[in-house]
Design a protein around this ligand. Structure first.
Ligand code: PEP
Length: 253
C-alpha cells in the first residue's frame, strides 16, 4: 500500500519567528492525530531547518524537508547547501526539480539526476517535481515533457532507490496562479506517471510510489483531488503558509 502524504513548500517566505510559530501551530494541532504511515513534511527555507525540525521531531509522522540541495558532497560552492548539512539540521526530505528551481536557477534534468543520486546516496528522501508549462499543455506536449523529466531525472535509479522517491506532479500553469488542474487532468497525468513507472520498474514500485499533486491546491479543492485513484496527496505552496489552511488540506486526505 502506498503512503498518502502532504508536504508544505514555504519557499522564500517568513521570518525565523514566523516559521517557528507556524511549525508550532501545525505540530500542536497534529499531536496525537498523525500516523507514521501518512507523512506530513514542512519544507522551510534552509536557514530555518534546524529550528523547524526541533519542533517536527516531537510529533510522530511530522518531518522537515529542504527545498534544494547541492549535487556535490562539500566544497567551494558559495551559498549552497549540502545533503549532510540538511541532515545535520534534522531534516529527512528534500524537494528537487521544483519548477522555480528549473526556471530561475536553470536546473535541468541532467543536473537534477545528479542531485537525486547524491541525496539518496546519503540517505535523504526525495520529493521530485515534474510538470509542464501552459504552452506545452496547449500544444499537447505535456505527456512527452513529463516523461522526459522523469526519464532523465529519475529513471537511472535502481528499484531500491526508487522506493525512496515521492513524485510531485505540478503543472507550472497551476503553481501560485489560483488556477488548479481539474481532478480529471490530475488523475490523467498521475495515472500516466504510474504507467511509466510500471514500464520501467517492477509493479510493486509503481504500486508503492506516492504521487502528489501540486498547484493552487487549497482547502476547497483538496478533497476532490485527493479522492482520485492515483493522487496520493499534495505538495502545497501558498496554502501551506497558513496553519488553518494547511491543516484543512491534511484533513482532506
Ligand atoms: C508549489 O510551488 O509547489 C505549489 C504547489 O505552489 P502553490 O500551492 O502556491 O500553487
Amino acid at each position: 500500500m502506498r503512503k498518502q502524504m502532504v508536504a508544505g513548500n514555504w519557499k522564500m517566505n517568513l521570518t525565523l519567528q514566523e516559521a517557528i510559530d507556524l511549525a508550532e501551530q501545525i505540530a500542536s494541532r497534529l499531536k496525537d492525530s498523525t500516523e507514521a504511515s501518512t507523512p506530513i513534511v514542512l519544507c522551510p527555507p534552509a536557514g530555518y531547518l534546524q529550528a523547524v525540525s526541533s519542533i517536527t521531531k516531537e510529533i510522530r509522522g511530522l518531518y522537515t524537508g529542504a527545498q534544494n540541495c547541492h549535487q556535490e558532497v562539500s566544497g567551494a560552492y558559495t551559498g549552497e547547501i549540502s545533503v549532510a548539512m540538511i541532515q545535520s539540521c534534522g531534516a529527512e526530505y528534500v524537494i528537487l526539480g521544483h519548477s522555480e528551481r528549473r526556471a530561475y536557477f536553470h536546473e535541468d534534468n541532467i543536473l537534477l539526476s545528479k542531485k537525486v543520486k547524491r541525496a539518496l546516496a546519503q540517505g535523504l528522501k526525495v520529493i521530485f517535481c515534474c510538470g509542464e508549462t501552459l504552452p506545452e499543455r496547449e500544444s499537447e506536449k505535456h505527456f512527452d515533457l513529463v516523461k522526459q523529466q522523469l526519464q532523465e531525472g529519475l529513471f537511472h535509479l535502481s528499484e531500491e532507490e526508487m522506493s525512496l522517491i515521492t513524485i510531485a506532479y505540478e503543472p507550472v500553469w497551476a503553481i501560485g496562479t489560483g488556477v488548479t488542474a481539474t481532478k480529471e487532468q490530475a488523475q490523467e497525468m498521475h495515472a500516466f506517471i504510474r504507467s511509466l513507472l510500471r514500464e520501467i520498474y517492477a509493479n510493486s514500485v509503481a504500486d508503492n510510489c506516492s504521487i502528489l499533486y501540486g498547484g493552487s491546491c487549497n482547502p476547497k479543492n483538496a478533497k476532490e483531488l485527493f479522492e482520485q485513484e492515483d493522487v496520493d496527496g499534495g505538495l502545497i505552496g501558498g496554502a501551506s503558509l497558513k496553519a488553518e489552511d494547511f491543516l484543512a488540506i491534511i484533513h482532506s486526505l
